[in-house]
Design a binder for this molecule. Sequence first.
Ligand code: RUQ
Ligand code: CUA
Length: 623
Amino acid sequence: MKKWIPATSGLLAGLVAATVFFGDFSSNTRSEASDATIKSNAEKVYVPFGEKDEYYLFASGGHSGQMFIYGVPSMRHIRTVPVFSLDSATGYGWDTHTKELLGDYTWGDLHHPAFSETDGDYDGKYMFATDVGNSRAAVMNLETFTTRDIIDVPNTSGPHCAAFVTSNTEYMFLPTRFAVPIGRDYAPLDEYSEKYRGVMSAVTFDEKNEKLNIAYQVALPPWSYDLSDAGKKMSADWAVMTTYNTEEATTNLEINASQADRDYIVLFNWKELEQLVKDGNYDEVTGQKMIFPEKHKGGIYLVPVAKSPHGVDVTPDGTRFIASGKLAPSMTVFSFEKAFKAIENKDFSGERNGIPVLKYESVMEREVDPENALGPLHTQFDDKGMAYTTMFISSEIVKWDPNTGETLDRVPVQYSPGHSVAAEGDTVAPDGKYIIALNKIAKDSYLSVGPSHPESMQLIDLTGDKMEVIQSAPVNPEPHYAQMIKADKIKTISVYPKDENNPDAVYKQEETKIVRKGNEVHVYGIAMRSKFIFDANAKRPDQIEVNQGDKVIIHLTNIDFDQDITHGFAINGYDLNMEVQPGQTNTIEFTADKAGTFPLYCTNFCSALHQEMTGYFLVKPTN
Ligand code: RUQ
Ligand code: CUA
């Protein structure tokens, strides 16, 4: 059964301006599959109660701004961790720390998540992500699954092409999707080629203080940078990224950015860029150390590639990079060794914007064009180095051998996969057990919820002779990319340890207090099963009374040092909400501008008497 359905959405629909082909999926439906297959697939994904999943899946939450955590193989959604958007379920964005993290932004568009790495392997300590919506980068701590830092990335507009970290988390590179004038200054689009730049940011992470920092930036030509990957092993000092709109079109990109036959892969050596900065070989602009490649020479090269490429992926052994062309039906395998030789021999065909252009033939190893496979986007790898490329238009994953270009297997998915993610897929040693197709369109896969459907993730078993789809799970918009890590690599804590040095924390009931300093009211309170104590010595310890116009600072410590006993704190009618996890101290600050009587309560069901965990916030009118 072949289905031809006019495209209504999707990354390529406009570009291809034709129809999207939805592959033959009949073998996955009940009518066609044998009962034995259904039973064996069900067993493969069933995780009995008391046992845990083998992998964590961190799926980007796209324009929800959040990160979705799943278990594999069950594909159960375990948690949503707020990153770039407000989240009332956890009070994220209301308490002082997370409010400061979000700043004035209320939403984000989280694209590509990446784990911290040690020796090219996921070390299970941190997760990085970027926000295409408001140009930010974030880091999440994996002991607590909480966002620890967010930074604005000036000059880089929509760091879509990130985050990809180097083998020892030295850098995370954030190239820009949208070129803008440096400083985001006003400049008419007629001056695009002269005034606009595609700035890439090099971000470092200070693990001790859990802080992100922009080390330097590179003012690349005003093109769009699409996807990137860091080198590995022999290519560990290098990184690659795809470009489109090297035509420098300023309108109607779907046509104008696809004129030239070739775009480029930017190949750069970050050790050399680091050295340029160390040598003072940069300009200081907008408070950033900015490398202008036409002036501060070295370390950056262009490799011609079939027009409008999308993904570029480095093989686990670090010897090759594979580009996929959304407008070309083929994948192109490039060799790092050939590229290094060409650079050494200055085997250039010319320059663009002061950057040397390598010859395609000098770097290319082979073009791979599986029969009838259309719309290759991204490639992942297994434990034997075999490649798996998602085909957006022909809705399938094609397995092929990068050494020979031979097609080995293919499996239809439902439908239009963007990325796929393999178990430990971006490391030097992928596991090869599973791959998950991250499909843009679910269409007829689940119970209907109206005209708009969820996206879908399909788990594929790689252990048999043939790839086999064994589970399908709906997911909220939108899993742009995901990372799959062995569960035992992540070591979470079960309670926050006591911090006697924290001046805001109170661990003993008798030490709770409410202190007035002028028109500031400081509350040092406790949350415990099943009450709030703000001032143990007051007539009503669970009451806070202030004057209208007071600044109120409430510190709350959860003294239930017991895993999973989380309390919430909300003031009814005041639009305030925060969470205190076991052992945690959290702070909320606001001005009591509304006079009246406002009940306060615990939002998180914490005991049989949770409903009794309430109090009053009273605001005396000024006159
Ligand atoms: S991109 S569907 Cu936003 Cu990762 Cu390729
Ligand atoms: Cu504490 Cu409910």
